[in-house]
Design a protein around this ligand. Structure first.
Ligand SMILES: [Zn+2]
Length: 257
C-alpha cells in the first residue's frame, strides 16, 4: 500500500555563484553559475509534509537578491507562500517539517510553519544551535523560530511514519547532520530528494566534494550510500540544485504521483 499521495516541487529561488568550482574543485574554475533551489510539499494520508523551505521570501523585495553565505547570492522571484496559496494549502496545515540541513537556501522560510513537528538529526541540531554555527555558514536568524516548534530529534536513518512511506536517509558530509529523503509514490515509485548530498548530477557521478563541505570522506560515503539505494530500489534521484534536471520536473501547482 502506498500512503504518499503526491509531491509538489516548489520553486525555492535561485542561488548565484561567481565561481562554479566551489562545488567541483579544479573544474569550471571562474565560471559563474545559477543553481535552482527547490522545496517540496508532500501529501501523505491526508497530511501535509514540507521537505526544505527554499530561500527567504523576504528576498522577493530585494531586487537582485543578496549575498548570504559562502559568497552565494540568493534571489527570489516567486515566494513560497504564494505557491502554497496557489495550491490551496495554508502553512498552518503543514504538520511535519524536515530540512536536509540548515544552509540559507533550505531554511529560508521555516518561520511559516511554527506548529509543524520539526524532525531533525541530532548532529544538525547541535551544529545549528551550538557555538560553531558560523563555521557551517549558518544564519540562525533564519531558523531561530524552530526552537519553539515541537521537535523530534533522530539519530541516523529514520522511518518517519513507521510504515516505510517516507524515510529520512542520513547523508552527512555536506554538513554534520545532513540528510536526504526517500519517498515512495504510487505511480513514480521511489524518489530520493537529494538535499545537498551532491549539487549536480555530474558531481554525484564523479563524487566531487564542494570546497566548503564539513567532511569530504563522509560526503563520498553518503553519495555511495545513495547510489546503493538507487540501484537496489530502482529509485530516481532528484537533485535539488541541478538546474538542468530541475527544468524537467513539473513544478507547483502541478504535482507528481
Ligand atoms: Zn543548498
Amino acid at each position: 500500500m502506498t500512503l504518499v499521495e503526491r509531491i509538489y516541487d516548489l520553486d525555492g529561488g535561485i542561488a548565484e555563484v561567481a565561481d562554479a568550482s566551489i562545488y567541483s574543485p579544479g573544474t569550471d574554475v571562474g565560471r559563474p553559475l545559477s543553481l535552482s533551489c527547490n522545496a517540496y510539499l508532500i501529501r501523505r494520508a491526508g497530511q501535509w509534509i514540507m521537505w526544505d523551505t527554499g530561500i527567504d521570501d523576504e528576498l522577493a523585495n530585494v531586487p537582485g537578491g543578496e549575498i548570504i553565505a559562502h559568497g552565494i547570492r540568493g534571489v527570489v522571484k516567486r515566494t513560497l507562500i504564494s505557491q502554497l496559496t496557489e495550491i490551496g494549502v495554508d502553512p498552518g496545515d503543514v504538520s511535519v517539517l524536515i530540512l536536509s540541513h540548515a544552509h540559507f537556501d533550505h531554511v529560508g522560510n521555516t518561520r511559516l510553519f511554527p506548529r509543524a513537528k520539526w524532525i531533525v538529526q541530532r548532529k544538525e541540531y547541535e551544529a545549528m544551535f551550538g557555538p560553531g554555527f558560523a563555521d557551517h555558514g549558518y544564519s540562525p536568524e533564519l531558523y531561530n523560530s524552530l526552537r519553539d516548534n515541537p521537535t523530534e530529534i533522530v539519530e541516523d536513518d529514520a522511518d518517519v511514519f513507521g510504515d516505510g512511506s517516507i524515510r529520512l536517509v542520513s547523508t552527512p558530509g555536506h554538513t554534520p547532520g545532513h540528510s536526504s529523503l526517500l519517498v515512495r509514490l504510487p505511480k513514480s515509485g521511489t524518489i530520493i530528494l537529494s538535499g545537498d548530498v551532491a549539487h549536480f548530477e555530474r558531481n554525484f557521478r564523479h563524487r566531487r566534494v564542494p570546497v566548503f563541505n564539513f567532511d569530504a570522506d563522509q560526503t563520498i560515503a553518503s553519495m555511495d550510500k545513495i547510489d546503493a539505494i538507487i540501484k537496489a530500489e530502482g529509485a530516481q534521484l532528484w537533485i535539488n540544485h541541478d538546474t538542468k534536471q530541475c527544468a524537467t520536473i513539473p513544478h507547483a501547482p502541478q504535482w507528481i504521483e
